[in-house]
Design a protein around this ligand. Structure first.
Ligand code: C2G
Length: 754
């Protein structure tokens, strides 16, 4: 047996599959895996044992019952390993398929072989599909060049390795990769390290089990410094996965336990210093890493910690600072240099003041050079401290794209039924929208992210949005936040999504923080209520009312309004209307929130076949920026993507064609026929998202895959209506039962009082 791969496991069931798959796919299969379950749930262990029965390589499942931590788990793994070498792998990470082969190629005559790491937010499928590009898009750097965490906005440059000579010895080159694989000192790791088992046994090297977070640091140094025979693989072999759900499944680095972490970090440094002694260049590199740790983690701790805790950490850190070598000290510049010097004689309180001053100066510099930073600063520090405007309501629909959706109907209801009681501010995304949207009642109109926007967001009492508020929104005491949301979910949302490939990889955490500010969330139906609870992890008040935006669909006499809307759009009153309203595709975009759309319907054919009887309204999703030119189909096809309120388009439509958009849940209120043009169903359902609803079973109309099928269905609408009648009834019962034309009143009375 060549290699024993040691994997500590603690219920990360979502991740372990990829990890073990990556071992099955190794080009060298002379291996065993030892998974050490540390305080795992029974089911997780059972699952693993099942997998072990089918594993092509020996897979041993061991158990620690007490929750002793990764150090103890890895020691247990080492002690039970049969291989000539051990390799450390984490259950949430995975290896490139050539990892073992490359490591073994370098292993002859070596005690330790190490290699480069890459980082990702994604599982293997996405990583190998387009995860590298996504990572670059999200972080602004490629996987290969990334050795930085994203939390940095301070003066890294001062600390970068500049003009460093390529080290001559292989040992030193290996050491440098160990130190620089990670951005922070505390991330130094044994992961991906191949170590000769006899070497470990001869030296009796084991992890120190009383570390919770940083046992890797001294152990990696122990292994490397105990030998001259270290080898390096130049390729990246180890893929380290960042957790996209720090709320439910945080990695150790995402747990905030600052004091303990600092205590361990300092202790690890002191041990490592001893180990590296006599290797001058290595010592300097280690010190430089520690200096960064001191600047970014230790000294800022004094600001927020209690006096006692700050004193304690200060006392420990004071043992480290005198050990920093002169060359490392000399490389520090500017603030870092001054801080190190001051820390020789100042106590924690003074250091804390110095750190705060530096951070304020940095903020000031940002504020003076960036308009947006200045506005946010004023929002935080000035506007949010001004008196709250108790009678002002701030409204936004689809991030300011238009005057529409539930906020529109709430605004109108308030004006009609609470005259003079409130003042209103509407948010629009740009000056064109602000100019063009005509509101039927008086309201201020502000442009999103303008100074006035920040001013009102900070001062109003009531907030009515149908999407998420910005990250930096501050919920004030007295604020009432009414979140209407914008659709019954078909596509999996937030915490129900495994991979987050469209938005920021920290989407789940951000969403979690944002939803904590919501006081009321409108649910269109029981089904959505349940989904919102788990997908948003929302436990606030739910308004079981139906959507205000759909009240209009329950008007008893719709004919006058239909005539008016058709006239407004210039549509022949005698023509029937097809509304084609598809959703957006996660993987078709130009840039963030700028999506493409390609029309898959053959418009020539549709016009030819249906033009005498129908007009077709094309309504793209609000994320789509392509403005499709329909001029060749004048008089038949209309692009109504810019029209503000889709509910009014539903009203004039005789039939809806859509795909995976939530529009069909709303349209069903009209009980009119619906066709589903799902030409990319498998890709959409399987790869891009995943659905809550069994579409084959539940959709109240046929799924169609090309223009001919659509045409055929259009010619046979009465038969289709007949065929789908029962399904439609069931669908209506499940998704539209709460909607009776009174949702707006119910929402407003609950939130604003009767
Ligand atoms: N919409 C529209 N025109 C379209 C598609 C959607 O005006 N062609 C509007 C509808 O009001 C719809 C809402 O945008 O209900 C949301 O659109 P979806 O296609 O369902 O997609 P998404 O914005 O991703 O929202 O819980 C719902 C989900 O969040 C889906």
């Amino acid at each position: 047996m060549k290699v024993s791969v040691i994997i500590p496991y603690h219920n990360e069931r979502k991740y372990i599959g990829d990890c073990l798959d990556s071992l099955e796919d190794q080009s060298v299969q002379d291996l065993e895996a030892i998974v050490v379950c540390d305080h795992c749930e029974k089911e997780a262990v059972l699952e693993l044992r099942e997998r072990a029965n089918e594993s092509p390589f020996p897979l041993t499942v061991l158990e620690l019952t007490e929750g002793q931590g990764t150090a103890a788990a890895r020691n247990m793994g080492i002690q039970n390993s049969q291989g000539e070498y051990v390799l450390f792998l984490d259950c949430d990470d995975y290896l490139e398929t050539y990892a073992l082969e490359e490591l073994l190629l370098q292993a002859e005559g070596k005690d330790v072989v190490y290699a480069r790491h890459a980082k990702t937010w994604y599982g293997r499928r996405v990583y190998y599909d387009n995860g590298k590009q996504l990572y670059a898009q999200n972080t602004g750097k490629s996987v290969e060049e990334d050795d930085e965490e994203q939390d940095s906005d301070t003066d890294n440059d001062e600390l970068e390795l500049q003009g460093e000579q390529e080290p001559e010895s292989e040992w030193l080159r290996t050491f440098h990769v160990l130190i620089h694989n990670c951005y922070s000192f505390q991330e130094i790791t044994v992961l991906g390290m191949l170590v000769r088992k006899d070497y470990i046994q001869e030296k009796d090297y084991l992890f120190e089990e009383d570390y919770t977070y940083y046992a890797d640091l001294p152990y990696a140094m122990l292994l490397l410094c105990g030998t001259e025979n270290a080898g390096l693989v130049s390729k990246t072999i180890y893929i380290k996965r960042k957790h996209n759900d720090p709320i439910n499944l945080p990695s150790l680095s995402q747990i905030s336990d600052e004091k303990k972490k600092l205590t361990e970090g300092i202790r690890a440094y002191l041990t490592m210093k001893e180990l590296v002694k006599g290797r001058e260049e290595a010592e300097v590199a280690l010190d430089r890493k520690f200096i960064k740790y001191y600047v970014k983690k230790i000294s800022p701790y004094y600001i927020t910690a209690s006096r006692k805790d700050a004193e304690e950490i200060y006392h420990q850190a004071s043992k480290c600072l005198p050990l920093i070598t002169e060359p490392a000290r000399k490389r520090a510049q500017g603030y870092t240099r001054r801080l190190l010097k001051a820390s020789e004689k100042e106590g924690p309180a003074k250091i804390a003041k110095r750190v705060s001053r530096h951070s304020s100066l940095q903020t000031l510099r940002r504020v003076l050079t960036s308009r947006s930073a200045m506005r946010k600063y004023l929002y935080r520090k000035v506007f949010s401290r001004m008196k709250m405007m108790d009678n002002v309501v701030l409204l936004e629909s689809f991030f300011g794209r238009n005057y529409s959706d539930s906020p529109k109907y709430i605004f109108e209801y308030l004006n009609q039924n609470y005259p003079g009681q409130y003042k209103y501010v509407w948010i629009f995304s740009n000056s064109k929208r602000r100019r063009e949207e005509k509101l039927p009642y008086p309201s201020k109109k502000v442009i999103r992210f303008s100074l006035r926007y920040f001013y009102y967001m900070a001062r109003v009492k009531y907030i009515v949005f149908n999407g998420r508020q910005p990250q930096y929104f501050i919920k004030r005491k007295g604020n009432v936040f009414l979140e209407t949301w914008h659709g019954t979910p078909l596509k999996k949302l937030v915490f129900d999504m495994d991979e987050v490939t469209t938005a920021s990889p920290l989407y789940k955490k951000q969403f979690y923080i944002q939803t904590r500010s919501w006081d009321y969330l409108v649910a269109p139906n029981k089904f959505s209520e349940e989904v919102f609870r788990h997908a948003f992890m929302y436990d606030g008040k739910m308004l079981e009312t139906g959507y205000p935006r759909n009240d209009i669909l329950h008007l008893e006499d719709k004919s006058a309004l239909t005539t008016e809307i058709k006239k407004e759009l210039g549509i022949d009153q005698n023509k029937k209307v097809i509304l084609y309203a598809p959703t957006w595709r996660d993987d078709e975009f130009y840039a963030s929130a700028q999506y493409k759309f390609t029309l898959q319907l053959d418009m020539d054919k549709l016009k030819r076949e249906l033009g005498d009887e129908y007009v077709l309204l094309l309504r793209t999703h609000y994320f789509v920026v392509d403005n499709l030119d329909l001029s060749p189909y004048d008089g038949f096809a209309y692009n109504v993507s810019q029209y503000n309120d889709i509910a009014r388009l539903y009203l004039i439509s005789d039939v809806l064609i859509t795909d995976y958009s939530s529009v069909f849940f709303d349209y069903a209120n009209l009980r009119r026929p619906m066709l589903f043009f799902t030409y990319d169903l498998e890709k959409y359902r399987g790869v891009l998202r995943g659905f809550y609803v069994d579409v084959e079973e539940e959709l109240p109309g046929p799924m169609l895959f090309n223009t001919d099928e659509v045409l055929n269905a259009m010619r046979n609408l009465p038969a289709i209506e007949e065929e789908y009648k029962e399904k439609y009834d069931r669908f209506y019962e499940k998704y539209c039962a709460w909607e009776d034309g009174n949702a707006t009143r119910k929402v407003v009375e609950t939130v604003f009082g009767k």
